[in-house]
Design a protein around this ligand. Structure first.
Ligand SMILES: [Zn+2]
Length: 325
């Protein structure tokens, strides 16, 4: 399913509201696109930006014209994308954009657009710079901000934006669509917790980085089932080298959390969701001690990734807690 189809089928309200603005020349100068983790916020923000300047909109972006292509390849000077996913957005990043946007547009469309993905991950100084900019937008400027957590966004920012909300697709529907696309079951089961759209899920499943992480994850649970020493060895040699970025470390901890939710469910006699991994989950439910408190530990240690603590240390501590009788 293309993003245009996804918006049309899954997000009719967002589509209707934005299309109305486009076709009646009544776009807001700033939008705040909200949606829970897993919704395609980044992709939707970029797509809506493209729709404003596409050469052949209908009324949303065609994805094929030279302008759409240039935006995809970051080769369109009047479009800026600030991404708060990996690192927080700093004052310098915002000011650089502001300086650029105070000039007149370079392209003949005469429109400048900036996207700030995950505004909740901006430093306070960056937010203050942005506020001034949102208060007095130049007539040719459009902003699309995104957030997974609106409560963390300053009300003064929220009040200056028109809100567009992405709604979650039920997980079992995403799972079914992913299987229909040919994604293998164990990939689809775990990734449907992280991708609320089957096409994006499929893209992730095809990545070598994900496949390696998945193998390391199941290997480490098998190792935990065997012994503390073997687990320590597996985490150190197999997992740690794969977690070189904060994003990969977060992803690993989030996947581990899902496995432990199932282990806790199994122990309580409830159904599990990662059915392709039923064998190691059942074994872990039998062998691992205090799995409920282990689940809490995993979630707490995930927070330490943000504190810039070395991931090897966090994992060593994790294994100690998980295996301690
Ligand atoms: Zn186009």
């Amino acid at each position: 399913m293309s993003l245009a189809q996804y918006l049309k089928n899954r997000q009719p309200l967002v589509t209707k509201s934005f299309c109305y603005g486009l076709s009646h020349d009544q776009l807001a100068h700033a939008y705040l696109l909200t949606g829970e983790a897993g919704t395609p916020l980044k992709e939707t923000a970029r797509y809506l930006a493209k729709s404003i300047i596409c050469d052949h909109p209908n009324p949303l972006a065609c994805e094929e014209c030279i302008t759409c292509q240039r935006i995809d390849h970051e080769e369109y000077p009047d479009f800026v994308f600030l991404d708060g996913e990996e690192e927080s957005i700093k004052k310098e990043d915002v000011q650089e954009t502001l300086t650029l946007f105070q000039k007149t547009p370079l392209e003949r469309k005469g429109v400048m657009i900036y996207v700030i993905h995950l505004v909740e991950n901006m430093t306070l100084e960056a937010v203050n710079s942005l506020l001034k900019f949102l208060e007095e937008p130049s007539p040719w400027t459009y902003a699309i901000l995104t957030t997974q957590n609106e409560e963390k966004v300053l009300p003064t920012i929220v009040s200056r934006c028109e809100k567009l909300r992405l709604i979650l697709t039920p997980r079992d529907e995403v799972l079914k669509e992913a299987l229909d696309l040919g994604v293998v079951q164990d990939d689809a089961e775990i990734l449907s917790y992280f991708y609320n759209d089957a096409s994006l899920l499929q893209l992730e499943a095809q990545k070598e980085s994900f496949q390696k992480l998945k193998v390391a994850l199941t290997d480490s649970i098998e190792a935990l089932n065997r012994s503390a020493n073997f687990a320590r060895f597996t985490f150190e040699t197999e997992v740690t080298p794969l977690l070189s970025t904060k994003a990969s470390a977060r992803f690993f901890f989030d996947m581990l959390t899902q496995f432990f939710r199932d282990i806790v469910a199994k122990k309580a006699g409830n159904p599990i969701t990662l059915t392709s991994n039923a064998t190691i989950i059942e074994e872990a439910a039998k062998k691992l001690p205090h799995v409920e408190s282990s689940l809490l530990t995993i979630m707490t240690l995930r927070g330490e990734i943000e504190l810039n603590i070395r991931v090897g240390l966090i994992l060593a501590h994790l294994v100690n807690v998980l295996t301690k009788e």
